[in-house]
Write a protein that binds this ligand. Structure first.
Ligand SMILES: [Zn+2]
Length: 481
């Protein structure tokens, strides 16, 4: 959290994440807004009681205010960007904020005697190094369980690593055991160094344990600073004296014990990224993408009118059924300020989402609704995109009803025509546009009824009874395309 605040403070004005596929669409002008939102999660009593574990439903409660409600996915993404939480592997929509984890060490056994050991000590230790490390390495947490506020056990390809922070002693201790100890150690040190580098002028030492006969059996062997060992090596001093046993120890072997040197390609100097490192990076990215696919693409727009009694309650029911399946419903677009907004919105729609039409008598007589429909119909995939529900009072399958609506719009056009004759020619611009639009609407009704005849449209009663199952299925198929 400290990092977030200081980052925001450094930045002063606004936030923009160009590399994040969700967040790049936004510039956050008021960082306090984002900070407050994040604190709402980390200070939440339920989340604290659950030791940092929370779900999307929890977030729905925490961020229910209008200013957050529409931005939940983006705020969650922001928290992950700041390494404040991660999604638990194989448990969709379940997250952990490591700084709220239990302080009690997890229970596990560790009996492998052949360990690789490395230690970092800090002159001044900033808070949160380990919690960030946990977020970065979360795909490999053993059973997704062996993690607590100041420690974690990773398990990858039968190789285990224990990383424990001791804040009072200003140190982080690492031990690794198993098949690929050096490789896993290389990933751990790489991740920790990335974190170290994000702090300005962080002073720390990397300590390598002694491997002399005496130290081998000691719980706390003598240790050498890695930096000093490297200096010795470059100064061609190949041995160093252990201050426990006064034995001379081989410097190169001390370094080789803990540092993994990946096979070098011809001429390439020390390629830093090991296969294991790439694997971790890939898994981390996937855990983000996975979520994005869910939240970003599954948007469904619903077009309906407020003017009658039946449409709104039906829309609310649909919204609930879809929300339960994690699909976001967008409605009331025309409440925000009509035509211009709607054109913008249509461009967003062109990414390929679905439109549910709740067609009632009033819908077919509403200029706004019909305008939406005309705009939606301009899309070439119109037929694939719309999912109509026809209410009983708009039975446009019957020719007589259909004629009734065509007549209605013709009368509207007629009325405008009449009005036109009563005003001076130079004031006619807006009215002419309206007439063109009304003509489009009139034609739309003819087109729509043709279309609906071919479509399998169910009545609202059947939809409601089945919890909108067939509608959901049809839309799910479309969204997965
Ligand atoms: Zn020794």
């Amino acid at each position: 959290m400290l990092r977030l605040s200081s980052y925001l403070h450094d930045l002063g004005v606004c936030l923009h994440f160009q590399d994040d596929s969700t967040l790049k669409h936004y510039v956050i002008l008021k960082p306090e807004w984002a900070t407050t939102a994040v604190y709402k999660v980390l200070d939440n009593q339920t989340v604290k009681e659950k030791l940092g574990c929370f779900t999307k439903d929890d977030l729905k409660n925490i961020w229910q205010d209008g200013e957050y409600a529409d931005m939940r996915d983006e705020l969650l993404q922001l928290m992950m960007q700041f390494k404040l939480c991660y999604e638990i592997r194989d448990r969709r929509d379940n997250y952990i904020a490591p700084q709220l984890l239990s302080t009690e060490k997890a229970k596990y056994t560790w009996d492998d005697p052949h360990n690789l050991i490395l230690r970092y000590t800090y002159t001044f230790m900033p808070k949160g190094i380990l919690t960030r490390f946990i977020v970065e390495t979360h795909p490999w947490i053993e059973q997704q369980k062996l993690v607590w506020k100041s420690g974690v056990v990773l398990n990858k390809d039968q190789t285990r690593a224990e990383i424990i922070e001791n804040y009072n002693q200003r140190e982080i201790k690492i031990r690794v055991a198993g098949n690929r100890t050096k490789e896993l150690m290389a990933v751990i040190t790489h991740e920790l160094e990335k974190i170290h580098n994000s702090y300005e002028r962080l002073q720390y030492q990397t300590l390598v344990p002694c491997n002399c006969e005496t130290c081998k059996n000691l719980p706390i062997p003598y240790s050498y600073s890695l930096e000093k060992l490297n200096k010795r090596l470059s100064d061609r001093r190949y041995q160093i004296e252990c201050e426990n046993s006064y034995e001379m120890v081989d410097v190169r072997r001390l370094i080789d014990n803990v540092m993994f040197q990946p096979a070098k390609a011809d001429g390439e100097i020390n390629p830093k990224v090991t296969p294991l490192q790439s694997e971790l990076e890939q898994q981390r990215e996937e855990s983000l993408k996975h979520r994005l696919k869910d939240s970003n693409q599954k948007e469904v727009f619903i077009s309906y009118t407020w003017r009658d009694q039946q449409s709104k309650p039906l829309v609310e029911k649909i919204e609930q059924a879809f929300q339960a399946k994690g699909i976001k419903i967008i409605r009331d677009i025309n409440a925000i300020g009509y035509k211009e907004k709607f054109k913008e919105f249509m461009q967003r729609l062109s990414r390929g989402i679905c439109v549910i039409l709740v067609i009632s008598d009033q819908y077919l007589k509403s200029e706004n609704c019909m305008y939406e429909l005309v705009e939606i119909a301009k899309d070439k995939d119109f037929y694939k995109r719309i999912f109509p529900i026809i209410l009983a009072d708009a039975d446009i399958f019957k020719s007589i009803e259909r004629v009734k609506y065509i007549k209605y719009w013709e009368e509207e056009i007629e009325e405008l025509n009449k009005a036109m004759k009563e005003v001076m020619a130079d004031n006619l611009q807006g009215i002419r546009e309206d007439i063109d639009q009304y003509r489009e609407i009139r034609n739309m009704i003819a087109k729509l009824t043709d279309l609906l005849r071919d479509m399998n449209t169910l009545t609202p009663d059947i939809h409601s009874e089945s919890q909108f199952e067939s509608l959901l299925n049809a839309i799910a198929v479309r969204l997965d395309e």
